[in-house]
Design a protein around this ligand. Structure first.
Ligand SMILES: [Mn+2]
Length: 365
């Protein structure tokens, strides 16, 4: 495995071989790290080639991603496969050809990523330039190292983009992040626009979500143990429930929140807690018998079909009734919670449920 110095040298060599006549296309699955990496690669390549376009294969819907594209003026466009013939060469950053069917039929000349390589089927290494480093927290870190190696000082927008890319992928170094990520972050901080960064970070909601918040506030009902339930009825996506639930975690004195809604024919309940009581066990206790329910001490989720709601009850009433009345199940190895698919997977905690101090001592039992 080549070290960072060697990788930088290889990159510089490769850059010298770029053809001035080539039209390049950088393909991404757009998220902050991919957008920033593509912007940096474009900056690195542009003096050496005819043109560089950035194309995304996905729809951008998250408010912070939309804010990033807008405030930083990132020139990204939706990919149209029928226009592939316009390009001589393709690059892919923050992803690998095997990650999405949209990448499948494209012969990439340049692959830069930080996700692990597939163990079973290594990608056909046809790329002239290939730098995949799974030990790095963000592709933006790799691109930052290239800028440093080329002595290219990033402008405030590029530096801000890369900073946000590293920040997002490492959850501001809470989830992951190596020393190289920290060093890149530090260096970028000197060039970034902190005002712009703050505006992007604070773009958490979309205008059209505000009626949902209004509905959440109106429906807010206290539950046992300083918790509360809010119901949103029909929503387009469970992401909206997550966003509303996350909002309530900022309210001091609210120990846990459950936000329920209906997505298609499924009732989804998103739980957030302050860690005082095991919210994963609460979710499990309330809904294990009607669908999938589970999670961790501070975040959990339950999903069940609309048909599980008795005909004489509304879904929101059914959820609230269960939140107020269900008892915790005794812990047994056989009764492992059936976690919903997108609950973050981490080893199950074996800690015994600790009742809240100062309460009745009975917790949910
Ligand atoms: Mn990434």
């Amino acid at each position: 495995m080549p070290d960072t110095t060697e990788r930088k040298a290889v990159m510089k060599q490769w850059r010298q071989t770029l053809n001035r006549e080539d039209r390049w296309c950088i393909m991404i699955n757009a998220d902050p790290d991919a957008l920033a990496s593509a912007l940096a690669l474009k900056r690195i390549m542009l003096p050496k080639v005819r043109s560089v376009d950035i194309m995304r294969i996905n729809e951008v819907t998250r408010p912070d991603n939309l804010a990033m594209i807008r405030y930083l003026g990132i020139p990204v466009r939706p990919w149209q496969p029928e226009k592939a013939g316009q390009y001589h060469r393709f690059a892919i950053v923050d992803s690998q050809p095997g990650h999405n069917t949209a990448f499948q039929d494209i012969a990439f000349s340049c692959i830069i990523d930080h996700h692990p390589l597939p163990a079973d089927t290594p990608p056909a290494n046809t790329a002239d330039f290939f730098d995949v480093r799974s030990g790095v927290g963000a592709a933006s870190t790799i691109l930052t190292q290239y800028l440093q190696a080329l002595r290219m000082r990033p402008g405030p927008r590029l530096a801000t983009a890369l900073l946000y890319g590293i920040r997002t992928d490492t959850a501001t170094f809470e989830r992951s992040g190596s020393e190289s990520d920290l060093r890149a972050y530090q260096w970028l901080s000197r060039h970034a626009d902190t005002g712009l960064l703050r505006r992007i970070v604070r773009s958490e909601y979309l205008r059209e979500w505000l009626p949902l918040f209004s509905r959440a506030f109106r429906s807010l009902t206290d539950c046992r143990g300083s918790g509360a339930h809010a119901s949103l009825n029909e929503v387009r996506s469970a992401d909206l429930l997550v966003s509303v639930a996350d909002f309530f975690t900022r309210v001091h004195g609210l120990k846990w929140i459950a936000v329920s809604g209906i997505v298609g024919r499924t009732v989804v309940v998103i739980f957030r807690g302050d860690g005082g009581r095991d919210i994963g066990r609460l979710a499990d206790a309330c809904f294990y018998d009607v669908g999938k329910a589970g999670g961790h001490r501070t975040l959990a989720r339950a999903e069940f079909p609309l048909e599980a709601v008795p005909p004489d009850a509304k879904p929101a009433e059914f959820v609230l009734h269960r939140l107020q009345n269900r008892k915790l199940r005794p812990r047994s190895p056989a009764a492992a919670p059936n976690a919903a698919p997108d609950t973050p997977s981490c080893p199950k905690q074996d800690a015994v449920f600790v009742p809240e101090t100062g309460g009745t001592g009975s917790a949910f039992a």
